[in-house]
Design a protein around this ligand. Structure first.
Ligand code: NAD
Ligand code: ZN
Length: 450
């Protein structure tokens, strides 16, 4: 037996000792010398427990999990947590690392310790493009994963220590949208009320005496966050949080836009406009759906190499031609593509993607996010038999589907690792934002907590 972790509180009154035997059985001993004080397991110790947890056999798994849960419940439940977060005080300004207060979860809510989060273009949209001053101050981030720290009254499906993904699109399971098979637009989502502000009016965050909004109801650029249980999903215990966090937005969005919303068919010809993580995931969706040709379209040719990894077969830089990209694609495909997906968030590109489809049956899907301008097209585009659609979170019903997508990653059906080009700390969040702005990254993972 070899001691893995042993720590004594300052008060010297309560010791937790965990013995971990790599070769035989794992065992866990909790020795309460006195019961009226609690111990703090530091974050470094927690990572040790976590790595032990990942190696242990089935029999012992529950017992280590119990220790972690025990610690969390004892240390912070019911209390305000002070922690680090990247606060966006105003549009067009760098985020500021601050100490914020995170209130305990209320009825039906869950407080989550965020372990890792991706940085998505929608965070940049809110910060730089939306020009929506009312949506500040806020904590951005909506592509995270972590552990349940504590739960509010009435929460029965989650317990401290569960691995979870916060969802920017909820699934209450009861509204008419949740009950309808054709949509994932839960009526109790933050977006039902305030698309412009991009947050729920209620927030459990304060900083320097001011309430801080929770962007897209999630706010994963923080060590702790609080969500309603309808916007959290539990995932399998062995999922690596610094990978599967990407399923909270970009990858599910692009992948689902291809397989669900567009309904890409075997043997079809597709074009994906914009090769960030969302577009590359759309390429992956087209490939998994059996497309025979996948055109990868981007003004940044450095993205083409990566697009090959996900299954793109042809590469087009619209700037390299003196005619519209729709004409270029029509010439290369005998009249246009069967499916096109716009993954940029630019109304001109949306139009080009529609015009690139073949008449009669072509389907074009808007995936890129913008609410800043009207889009336009000649009516003949639709009269001639094309379909123009949009996709939010890839059409996936979030609570049900994200755990399944985690399985798909763990079984090798979908890729995640290949999207990650950079790993950084929360303190480097402004560097991560800059990398996306300049097109130098696909996804940066911010490692928030251990
Ligand atoms: P990203 O910034 O990483 O990628 C955008 C890509 O588009 C870049 O490679 C860029 O070079 C390319 N691009 C820019 N202008 C172009 C043009 N004129 N023609 C072709 N390509 C062009 O962004 P991302 O994180 O992949 O997100 C893509 C879009 O998807 C954003 O608008 C984001 O807000 C949106 N989004 C939508 C949903 C949803 O549910 N619908 C969810 C997540 C993200
Ligand atoms: Zn996103």
């Amino acid at each position: 037996m070899r001691p893995l972790e042993a720590e004594r509180s300052n008060l010297n009154c309560f010791i937790i000792i965990i013995y971990f035997n790599l070769h035989k059985k794992t065992d866990l001993l909790i020795q309460p010398c006195k019961l009226d004080h609690s111990i703090t397991i530091s974050s470094g110790d927690h990572s040790l427990i976590q790595s032990a947890k990942e190696k242990q056999d089935r029999e012992s798994r529950g017992r280590i999990g119990t220790a972690i849960r025990l610690h969390w419940e004892m240390a912070t439940a019911g209390k305000v947590i002070k922690c680090r977060a990247a606060v966006a005080w105003e549009p067009n300004a760098p985020l500021v690392i601050e100490e914020i207060e995170v209130a305990p979860p209320q009825e039906g809510e869950i407080r989550i310790k965020v372990i890792a989060t991706g940085v998505c273009h929608t965070d940049l949209y809110h910060l730089f493009e939306s020009q929506q001053k009312k949506g500040f101050p806020t904590v951005l981030g909506h592509e995270g994963a972590g552990f349940v720290e504590s739960v509010g009254p009435g929460v029965t499906d989650f317990k401290p220590g569960d691995k979870v993904i916060p969802l920017f699109i909820s699934q209450c399971g009861e509204c008419r949208f949740c009950k309808h098979p054709k949509t994932n637009q839960c009526d109790r989502n933050w977006s039902s009320k305030r698309y412009d502000v991009m947050s729920d009016p209620t927030s459990r965050f304060t900083c320097r005496g001011k309430p801080i909004l929770q962007f897209m109801g999630t706010s994963t650029f923080s060590e702790y966050t609080v969500l309603n249980q309808i916007a959290v999903t539990k995932i399998r215990d062995d999922a690596p949080l610094n990978r599967v966090c990407l399923l909270a937005c970009g990858i599910s969005t692009g992948y689902g836009a291809a397989i669900n919303t567009a309904g890409v068919t075997p043997g079809s010809v597709c074009a994906v406009f914009g090769l960030g993580a969302v577009g590359l995931a759309a390429v992956m969706g087209c490939k998994n759906a059996g497309a025979s040709r996948i055109f990868a379209v981007d003004i940044n040719e450095q993205k083409f190499e990566k697009a090959k990894v996900f299954g793109a077969t042809d590469f087009v830089n619209p700037k390299a031609y003196d005619k519209p990209v729709s004409v270029v694609l029509a010439e290369m495909t005998n009249g246009g593509v069967d499916f096109s997906l716009e993954c940029v968030g630019n109304t001109e590109v949306m139009r080009s993607a529609l015009e690139s489809c073949i008449k009669g049956w072509g389907v074009s899907v808007l995936v890129g996010w913008t609410d800043m301008a009207d889009f336009s097209a000649r009516p003949i585009q639709l009269i001639s038999g094309k379909t123009w659609k949009g996709s939010l979170f890839g059409g996936f019903k979030s609570k049900d589907c994200v755990p399944k997508l985690v399985h798909d990653y763990m079984s090798g059906k979908i890729k995640l690792d290949e999207f990650i080009t950079h790993n950084m700390s929360l303190e480097q969040v402004n560097d991560a934002i800059k990398l996306m702005k300049t097109g130098e990254c696909i996804r940066t993972i911010l490692n928030i907590s251990k």
